[in-house]
Write a protein that binds this ligand. Structure first.
Ligand code: ATP
Length: 275
């Protein structure tokens, strides 16, 4: 029993418009993912080797996975998600084989974005790993990153909440060169994210999303999505069990007030060491 999951390949349909804020991160992903996949010949002409990958780091729920999907979508590339801890296997050989299989699948499905979530888990420095699995995964990963000659049609996006725990060998030039932060959203980004998640909702005229943005400092994108969803659920509840007319199922100010009262930021001030 290896515990290793099948490699899945998705073709995501996430637009840049579905990602609120994060302008610097978007710009970096255009350069590090979209251009190399779409304009490989330009890099060749310029004699520039594109990086093999980029690292997204930031608190939980700040849109790392969403951004990676959007970058794949923008590049018309397949998306292959893999979770760092899932690659660790105490049986010698199994972890290495899993990494080889992963890249073989990526090449077969090129252009492809390989998305490594929780990439810190495969650091050899990881506490509690006495099986050496982390070390073996990193070394196989380095072989793949260095060995895929023109890695122009397979790009790696790695993600972590703990950038300090990443194996430095992975971050050398030509490998996962660029580190891009996904910070907690500022007020304007929160407003944008609220708008994105309320886009399809029948929101009442009394709702002021600017005011909601003002009052959600410290919320991640994921927290804001949950807040909007909760307001929607409260509106559904009112329409079903409430005494108002059944046709009136818009989401009103009161639903947002109650949702705000019920939720809070999930990551403290977001600068806390999550280790
Ligand atoms: P983790 O570190 O926990 O894996 P993450 O950074 O990968 O988190 P996502 O999974 O991308 O976070 O975000 C969770 C959900 O929160 C998204 O599916 C989306 O609905 C919402 N979300 C997060 N950030 C944004 C954003 N910038 N714009 C719009 N929605 C967002």
């Amino acid at each position: 029993p290896t515990g290793l999951r099948e490699v899945t390949v998705e073709f995501p349909a996430v637009g840049w418009d579905d990602v609120g804020g994060l302008e610097p991160a978007k710009r970096e992903l255009v350069r590090a993912v979209y251009w190399p996949l779409e304009y490989a010949d330009r890099f060749a002409e310029m004699g520039i080797d594109p990086p093999s990958g980029v690292l997204l780091h930031g608190p939980p729920g700040t849109g790392k996975t969403l951004l990676a999907r959007a970058a794949a979508s923008l590049s018309d590339a397949n998306f292959i998600p893999v979770n760092g801890p899932e690659l660790l296997d105490k049986y010698v050989g199994a972890s290495e084989q899993a990494v080889r299989d992963l890249f073989a699948t990526a090449r077969e499905n090129a252009p492809a974005v390989v998305f490594f979530d929780e990439v810190d888990a495969i650091s050899p420095k990881r506490r509690g790993d006495d099986t050496g699995a982390g070390e073996r995964v990193v070394s196989q990963l380095l072989t793949e990153l260095d060995g895929l000659e023109p890695l122009t049609d397979v790009v790696v996006i790695a993600a972590t909440n703990r950038p300090d725990n990443i194996d430095e060998a992975l971050l050398r030039p030509g490998r996962i060169e660029k580190a891009v932060e996904t910070p907690l959203p500022d007020r304007d980004a929160r407003r944008e994210i609220l708008g994105i998640h309320a886009r399809e909702m029948p929101v009442g005229a009394d709702v002021d999303l600017d005011a909601v943005a003002d009052r959600t400092a410290g919320y991640s994108g994921g927290d804001l999505a949950a807040l909007v969803r909760e307001a929607g659920l409260l509106a559904i509840e009112d329409a079903i069990v409430g005494d108002g007319p059944a046709t009136d199922s818009t989401v009103g100010r009161d639903h947002f007030e109650r949702a705000l009262a019920e939720t809070s930021p999930s990551t403290g001030d977001g600068r806390a060491d999550l280790g």
